[in-house]
Every structure is written in C-alpha cells, then in structure tokens.
Design a protein. Structure first.
Lengths: 209, 209
DNA sequence: AAATAAAATGAATGTTCATTCATTTTATTT
DNA sequence: AAATAAAATGAATGAACATTCATTTTATTT
C-alpha cells in the first residue's frame, strides 16, 4: 500500500512531502488530458511534458515510468471520488435514495471531468495488463458500496430477496458505464446527470408491466 | 461499404475472391489471438505473422496495415454474429423470449470465442480512434435490434409504455458487456450463459419489490 | 556570498517495430 | 518444359519514442 506514495529520484527514494509539490499534480492532470486525447499507448512522454510545461526528464523525477503515471492517476483520482461517493451514500436515509445518490454522483463526477472518464472507461476494459490487479481493487470498492446498499434494501423490504447480488452489482455498474460511454461518444452534447433518475427507475422497476 | 471488401497488393487493388483464401482467415484468427493476449498496440506484426505461420510481409498482401487487420476483424466477425442474433430473435414469438434469446446468444458467442470478447470489449471503449465510426455503426445494429424488440413489447403490453428507449438500449447492452467483462477478468471460470436468465429477470422486473 | 544540495533540463542513446521491396518460390499458361 | 504471372518471403530501412544522464539552474545552508 505504502509503495504507492513513494517515488524515486536517481534511485533514491524520496518521501511523500513531494506529493504536495504542484509539479506532481501538473503532470498528473496533463497526463489525463493527453491520455484522453490519444490513448495511453499513443501518448508520448514528450507530449505530457509539453502539456505540463516541464522537461521530459522531469517526469521521471516524479514517476517511475510512463505506466506509473497511469497507476498514479487511478490511485489519486479513485481515492478522491470514492470519498465523495461514500458521503452521498451516507447522507441518504433509505436504500433507494442511497442508490440514486450514488448513481447521480457517479455521473456528475465524470461529466465534470470528461478526460478522466475517457481514460477510466478505456483502461478498465483492458485485460492482461499490469494495471489489472489495481483495477480489480477499485471495482471491488464500487461493488462493495453497491452491495452494502442492496443488502440493506433487502432487509428493510425495498428490494426483493431473490436476487443474485453478484450479478446485480455488475448489472448496475455496467449500465452506468455504458451510459457514460455513449455520452462520451456523443461529445457530451447533453446533460449526463439527467440520466440518473430514469436509470434508477430501470434498476428498481425494470421494463416489464 | 465496398471499401471493406477490398485489399491491396503492391498498390494494386485485388478483388474479393482472395477472401476465400485461407491465409486471409488464418491471419485474422491469429490476430484475434495476439490482440487478445497483448492488446492491439503492444501486438507486433511479427507476432501475428508467427502465430499465423506466414512471413511478416505476407500480412501486407492481405491487409493495408496493422489497423486494417482490426477493422477487418470487426467487420467479418460482427457480420457473422449479427446474422445469428437475427436468427434467434426471429425464432422467438414474443418479445420477452426474443430478448432472452438475444442475450443468451450474445453470451454464448463470446463464451465460445473468448479472444474475440477480449478484443471486442477493449476496443469498443476506445475514443478518438479511426475505428470509432465503425464501432458506432456496429453498436447501432445492436441497438436497432433491441429497439425493435422493445417497441414490439410495448405494443403488445409486455413492456411498459413509459420507457426512455434510448436509455433502455444502453442499459441492456452495458449490463451484458459488464457481465462478459467480469467473466473475462475471472478467466472464464464459470458458465457465462447461465447469467442470461437472471439478467433478463433483472431487465424485466428490476430489483424492487 | 561561498559552498552545497536539490531540482530541472533536454540532447543523446538504444531499442523496438511497422513497413518496404528485391529476391525466391509456387502456380498457371503457352 | 519454357515462359510468365502470382504469391510469399524476410532482411533491411527508417522513424518513433521511452529512458538516461551530464550539465545547468534554482534553493538552502554555512
């Protein structure tokens, strides 16, 4: 765990205080933009450096290598986003509203940071990557949050008992991700967050009569 | 449309008869495997050639360039798969069964050809690519098929009228894709097709009581 | 204000790989 | 069985690019 908060310089480990350095964040944000525009593998370190306004070599003072930038993006952003997910889930008092808040916030986050959405959606669907384990951990966080809501909803009778919870979790996340993906492909021409209520309606009531 | 059925040799266009050549298909299948194992951008033409048992240069007798291989994979495979989707949808007599058949077949196809599933899921989530338009066309085929089922179901009272169809289509496809994705990440250790019925249940009845 | 340390630079390096094409092999025609 | 055409080969080419590191710039300490 701690390894994520350590970076290297000339083979010497330097501490987390550098995390406060704005150059680290400048590079992170620049990378999100460049990765979103060109995809991870077509992005060059020089492009990132130019976008961040630093020299190519400077990148390697803050990141082990190109892939480490992606790892750091996921770590940093996911941590932040999940804190906000937690907040809105906890602020609702019944499971239906918890689910609605979660999904609304989920859409909000990605509408707010379109580049992150592009990177996130593209990279979470890659198999056989060094990232894979990290992605699993992050998915699990989301799934656990949904599971918590679902179980609570089953107990207090909002949701029916005969549910294959493992499947319901995938069903919800997949549905939301696809809605985000379509929005991205449409160049964000409409309000993504407005999809939240109709989506929750589908989750809860289905399409049947 | 026709452009997809033409390939080049030394700058001279040769006809579709070469499509019957087994080398074309050998290269296609080899590419699916290599792309699945390493991802498109990390795959080298030499790897594909080795896997297909041909020389590097031979690839360029059948494909314009590396990306063209990916385009051809999508064209060829998608056409085939959609024919079978059409079949199973038409063979059912009511909308609920049509939907169930579609989803079951969808899962079947990808369970049968795991490598294709890997390539398909990874590449459909890429934005800003030459592929993008082609992917839109393919998604549209799927969406149109689902729309047809949904509208029919609304007319004969199986599905409720107050549905945002555009959203329902994304909801269904996204859910199915995520289920496939999870199965892939789990190394295909369980039967994917068995998810079909529980999924359809979720689509139709939702999770509410 | 020297001296030392830390941070940043960007040109140079070495590797990787898509693509080409001169040559060889195989198939078809005369 | 020549002659011609088509298909296939794989070594060579050259461009792209991640990473390194000798040097310079900036900050801190004595």
């Amino acid at each position: 765990m701690f390894i994520h908060f350590i970076c290297f310089r000339g083979g010497i480990v330097i501490g987390a205080r550098d995390r406060n350095n704005d150059k680290y964040h400048r590079i992170l944000e620049a990378s999100v933009k460049v990765f979103a525009d060109h995809g991870f593998h077509q992005s060059t370190v020089s492009q990132i450096a130019r976008e961040a306004g630093v020299a190519d070599g400077t990148i390697y003072l803050y990141f082990k290598n190109k892939e480490d930038i992606l790892v750091q993006i996921f770590n940093y952003k996911t941590t932040q986003i999940f804190e906000r997910f937690r907040e809105v889930v906890d602020s609702a008092e019944n499971p239906v509203e918890k689910l609605r808040n979660l999904i609304r916030r989920h859409l909000q986050e990605f509408q707010q940071d379109r580049n992150l959405a592009v990177v996130y959606l593209a990279e979470t669907r890659q198999i056989n990557r060094v990232m894979e384990d990290q992605i699993k951990v992050m998915s699990k966080m989301y799934f656990d949050l949904v599971a918590e809501i679902l179980e609570q909803g089953q107990q207090d009778g909002h949701f029916r008992k005969a549910l294959y919870l493992g499947l319901v979790k995938r069903h919800i996340l997949g549905s939301v991700d696809e809605v985000i993906s379509t929005w991205l492909h449409a160049d964000g021409e409409y309000d993504l967050v407005s999809m939240a209520d109709p989506l929750v309606d589908l989750f809860i009531n289905g399409i049947g009569t």
